[in-house]
Design a protein around this ligand. Sequence first.
Ligand code: CA
Ligand code: CA
Ligand code: CA
Ligand code: CA
Length: 624
Amino acid sequence: MKKVVLIGLMTTPFWVMAQQKNVVTNGTKTGATDNKVVTTTTTTTTNNPKGTQPSTTLSPSTINYPMVKIGESKYDLQTNASIGRRVMEYAGGKVSVVWTYSNENDPWNDRGTGYNHFNGTSWGSTPSVRIEGGTGTTNRTGWPSLGQIGTGEYVFGHAPVGGFRKSTNGTIGSNTWTLSPILLGDNTNQYPIWGRVANNGNTVHVVANYTTTAGNKVIKGVNNPMVYSRSLDGGTTWPIQNITLPGYDSTLTLYGGGDNYAIDVRDSIVAIVAGGVVDHVVLWKSTNNGTTFMRIIVDSMPYGTKDTFSNQKYRGNDGSMEVVIDNNGKVQLFWGMSVVASKTSDSSYSYYPSVGALMHWSEYTNKIDTIATILDRNNTDTIEIEPSTWQITTTNTGAAARYGSTCLVTMPSAGVDASNYIYVVYSAPVEEDVTPLDPFENYRDVYVVYSKDNGATWAAPQNLTKGQGFEDVFGCINKQISNKLHLIWQRDGDPGTALQNGDLPGVNDIMYAAIPTADILNNSIGGDVGLSVKNVHANDLFSVSQNFPNPFSNETVISIAMKKGAEVTFTITNMLGQTVTTSVSNLKTGINEITVDGNNLEAGVYFYTISSGNFSETRKMIVQ
Ligand SMILES: [Ca+2]
Ligand SMILES: [Ca+2]
Ligand SMILES: [Ca+2]
Ligand SMILES: [Ca+2]
């Protein structure tokens, strides 16, 4: 098991603004275990993960699609990094979805696949059992991949002690499943796990991590490598089992990582992308159904095969990889950016979990670009995210919200429509939308960006879930898009997971929304969310500054620029929403200043609201 040293803030000329570098953490390379990842962390101070924002214009919020709950799970870790294929759209407006499901708390013995189906009119009821059947640990599975073969559907889930379980239903939408074990590996101690599956008819492709319950499985010098398997008969037999792809050896990487890969298949084209915090971004592409592959190193990372580097920083990836093959047979890649500061030994490296940028590469240009970052929701020109959002810990219950070894903008899921427009959804924390109790964590939402020119340029992020006060994460969409994004995601009230962050156990909702591509393409959904900045851009009466200094103990000053004189109400509320003080003033045209005396305020987080006429703006301030 590798140790990870986390660093709170980084300095690079291109990607992140300079701040402090601190924090020492022990952890694992991938964060990837089937159950709990035990890590510890010390506290950090501040962060500022602003990257290159393509467009910072926040547009008004309009949502014309319902968000519905279609399932639930008490097992709240849907992936360690990459999102798999969990949504299928079929003819007649039918949709099927899968997720990792459990109705029990730790140790989640009944874990398996949750499945629901939209028959063109309505969803089935929220399932209360896994599709694999059995009781307790019998048929215990997880990490499902969904697809269609012939008239029916398949689900591959991994079994914690040995390979995969294939479930088939024979008819799309049927909830009667036949279970068979496949790809069991060498023995019960060495087997593939964390699979990703895609098929072209009866040709089924699987990538997975070949792992062991003790020690490492080593192939070509790679510990616990990514492996590839192929079936030509719909997954019954596997002439190719658990092989490594061309050039995947110790000259490329020393360790494989669970969930650090993605796969897409279109006709006879197969594309597999792999990453990892100290690894290259590598693409394997086949044009003959996986018989032979070409390897492309998309983004290099020297730390992958070298020890004892230090005082070097490299742009890397956070292991959350995505690939989609577009209508021209070209590969489009996405991943969450990471920055690695050093690798001091084979078992220790440092990286910056507070980085937040979605990266893109395509075969058209062979260039890597930032296509989305965290939105500067309150127009301060900086990104304000609470440190607990990117820390990881199990020693401080609930006081962390990082997912595995990912960074703040992460877990892309991409699809393509008939016009060859590319859509990618991803998870990012929301400024000012924080948990009510210290240590504060930012809640996440699922966003979308799109490209109408094969990935050359990208529109501004739009917030699809708009769940203020909710953690909206693990978004997944259909790869082939007709006229809607069929989005599923997980929602609960606590950022982070019970699995990795020591959050309190409880029910997580599996949510669904059918989002018209027309709404996305005309940008009507918008980046805006929630109460506090909702009217910022509609407000042509006044603008409000962030208070300065902030945090403060004695006095702080807020500037209000008035377009014309008006009566203004000034209110301070606490984290519980209770009004602390309120006053009414007649402000004149131009700059007005309000001074707040902090001596009578207890230390903590407050919100101040300026209201006049139909307009209201709220910002956060901190009293020390
Ligand atoms: Ca900001
Ligand atoms: Ca938490
Ligand atoms: Ca949310
Ligand atoms: Ca949670």
